[in-house]
Write a protein that binds this ligand. Structure first.
Ligand code: SAM
Length: 351
């Protein structure tokens, strides 16, 4: 075999980064669960001080800090022996309610990987694995992964980018948040538009139970209610806005979901479709963001679609053309890209 040493070196360097990231993922989740990042954000600390502050074992904390410093998630000062977070590290790692919270993504990733044996079997059999069959960390990780982006974008840029929706919701109006999961988006909408009435729905009972709790805790249960229902069966008609946040591509039958959404909308209503950022062709998506989404999609989105009737499995990198086609097949006549972020595409579809 003719081995090009430079190309092998490149592959090995990618491998070392990936292997480090894979095992470091568990360490990030440990830091999240024990409040280690939050405590470091409060003040620099030696390993002993951090262990004392977080009621943890100093030897474990020492090893954890060394790995974190090697990975660039924590800063180390050899002069003082102290560990700390820069403002950027604190911004990204220490505030679950801020506009960026990276540990949530690792909770989702590790939760997804717990299904590795079922997914390996699914490759052999072609059968599906429903969202509800995953580990609880998939549901909470998904909420933590997406919520910061929703806080940063939904009411400040995505809703204002839709034609006339902001004014309708400010004055009142009705919203259906379909496939709402733990209801992060539903609660944010209810907080931003107190006169609007919002129905969150999801086929997964466990997620809806949590969504109800989230709404009650946020004090918006009077205007955000929830039901267990699929996108093909959720209740109500005459909605000013139907929103699907990162779930259309998960469905086995997105076209029948789109048809149900169309008949549930008011004549001048709007469907806001939030989907992962993607280009229309595979080469468009052969980049780090595409890798993240395809890899999650293999464990979560495609198996969920396969577990449902309908024959579709769009995957998390469906792209604009595929989403447009779904809306057209369901009879929507107007479709446009209304907004985008480095991770999301936001479409507006109208009857
Ligand atoms: C990636 S999660 C997104 C959850 C939530 N919208 C968010 O952004 O946090 C996909 C959600 O779609 C839901 N889902 C999948 N298939 C569905 C269907 N046919 N009808 C309704 N919900 C569905 C799952 O239960 C899950 O909560």
């Amino acid at each position: 075999m003719d081995i090009d040493q430079d190309k092998l070196g490149e592959l090995l360097s990618t491998f070392v980064t990936d292997l480090g990231a894979t095992i470091a993922a568990g360490n990030v989740v440990v830091g999240h669960r024990l409040g280690l990042y939050r405590s470091l954000a409060d003040a620099p600390a030696t390993a002993e001080q951090l262990a004392r502050r977080t009621a943890t074992d100093p030897r474990y904390v020492t090893e954890w800090l060394h790995g974190q410093a090697a990975g660039g998630y924590v800063s180390y000062d050899p002069g003082t022996g102290e560990f700390s977070l820069t403002p950027e590290q604190a911004f990204a790692l220490a505030d679950p309610d801020g506009p960026l919270y990276l540990p949530g993504a690792f909770v989702l990733a590790l939760g997804s990987l717990r299904a590795e044996s079922q997914i390996t079997d699914a490759f052999r059999t072609g059968t599906g694995m429903g969202w509800h069959e995953h580990h609880q960390d998939v549901f909470t990780g998904c909420e933590m992964f997406f919520r910061p982006g929703y806080i940063a974008n939904i009411t400040s840029s995505w809703i204002p980018a839709l034609d006339g929706v902001q004014a309708k919701l400010t004055a009142g109006g009705t919203v259906a948040d379909v496939g709402c999961g733990h209801g992060a988006s539903t609660v944010l909408l209810a907080q931003a538009y107190p006169k609007a009435r919002i129905l969150g729905s999801d086929y997964h009972q466990g997620s809806i139970d949590t969504a109800r709790k989230r709404a009650a805790d946020a004090g918006v249960a009077d205007r955000a209610r929830f039901e267990v229902a699929s996108a093909q069966t959720f209740s109500g008609t005459g909605y000013d806005l139907v929103a699907t946040f990162d779930c259309l591509h998960d469905m086995g039958d997105p076209v029948s979901a789109a048809s149900h959404i169309r008949q549930a909308l008011a004549a001048d209503g709007t469907w806001m479709i939030v989907e992962p950022l993607a280009g229309d062709t595979l080469p468009d998506n052969l980049n780090p963001v595409g890798r993240v989404y395809y890899s999650f999609s293999t464990f979560l989105c495609v198996p969920n679609a396969r577990s449902q009737a309908g024959g579709y499995a769009l995957g998390a990198q469906a792209g604009e053309a595929a989403i447009r086609q779904v809306t057209e097949q369901a009879g929507f006549t107007r479709f446009r890209r209304a907004a985008e972020t480095p991770f999301n595409l936001v479409f507006e579809a109208r009857p």
